[in-house]
Design a protein around this ligand. Sequence first.
Ligand SMILES: [Fe+2]
Length: 367
Amino acid sequence: MDFPKKLLIPQKTIFEIGSVSRLAEESLEYGPRGLVVHGNSLEKDGKKERILAHFSSSARVGCFLRAGGEPTLTEIEAVIRKARSARVQWIAGIGGGSTIDLAKAAAGLYNAKEKPVFYQEGGRLVRKGIPFIAVPTTAGTGSEATINSVIINEDKRVKLSIRDESFLARKVILDAGLLKWMPLTPMSYAAMDAFVQAYESYISKNTTWLSENLALKAIDLINRNILPAYESGSEENLSSLLLASYLAGIALASSRLGVIHGIAHPLGVLHDLPHGLICSVCFIPSIKLNRGVIGKKYEIINKILGEDLKDRIEKLLNSLNINSPFKGKRSLEKEKVIEDTLASGSTAANPRRIERGDVEFMLKELF
Ligand SMILES: [Fe+2]
């Protein structure tokens, strides 16, 4: 298949160093009242003030500072409350994947009649939300290019998507200047998440010519820039990672992912560990599981990398100092992890049909 049956991509993508200064002109198109959802990183060195200084005095722009961690249903409700009380006309998310997911869901559910949990459980969204603008400050999740928000349901202790086509960002601002101050550890986790996403969407069962080519470009960019970015963090390296993450996001939006993302969600909730870290350490087990069925694709990836994929990932994890956080620990609620992994939409896209024994194999490799 050359082209996905349906392709949803943001209306406008700006890819330029310093382009965050254009948030004001780009968002005011939707009205003078807006809400900027952001994380702690924007609080430092006057970054937030510099961005907000571009808004005219007639604009009414509020801010919602996130506490950190991965977004929950309760947090979406808090953002929606704040947005509704100011009658905002748009919401922007400036931050990592969690912040983008949170802002996206809040904008998407701004006019919704029911609570967010209703939509997470598959309820239909009738009244669509307000425009959402995504400004990623990490190169990782690709959330700026997708229609879903991954949200923790605290009561059920699951991490599930809320999705609707109307959630897609109207505009995306890719400004690698925002990545410069990022601490090395989260930067490496995020970049490895992007690598995993590119790999899983490339080998996915639902792949198309379009998603394969975007994913391969992302693999090439990440492979060439991840270590230089980790070591020196030049703007060019960071721009390449940011672009790769965005391209992988577009690829996965139509191809979906694979067993790594299927198992990463339950493990992330139960062990309270960063998503990118879990994805990183699931990479090798997934290669071992899938290698026999992906045949030629494995060789194509090797050609791009200039070496064997498994060897390359082992070396990268070593250079980035990423080790399994599970080694020596007890595997918590194994039955729940297996059930959630088998029920996951990501697992369903894995090229090899995943059975119970395959999830058990992955857990054995990780713990
Ligand atoms: Fe991911």
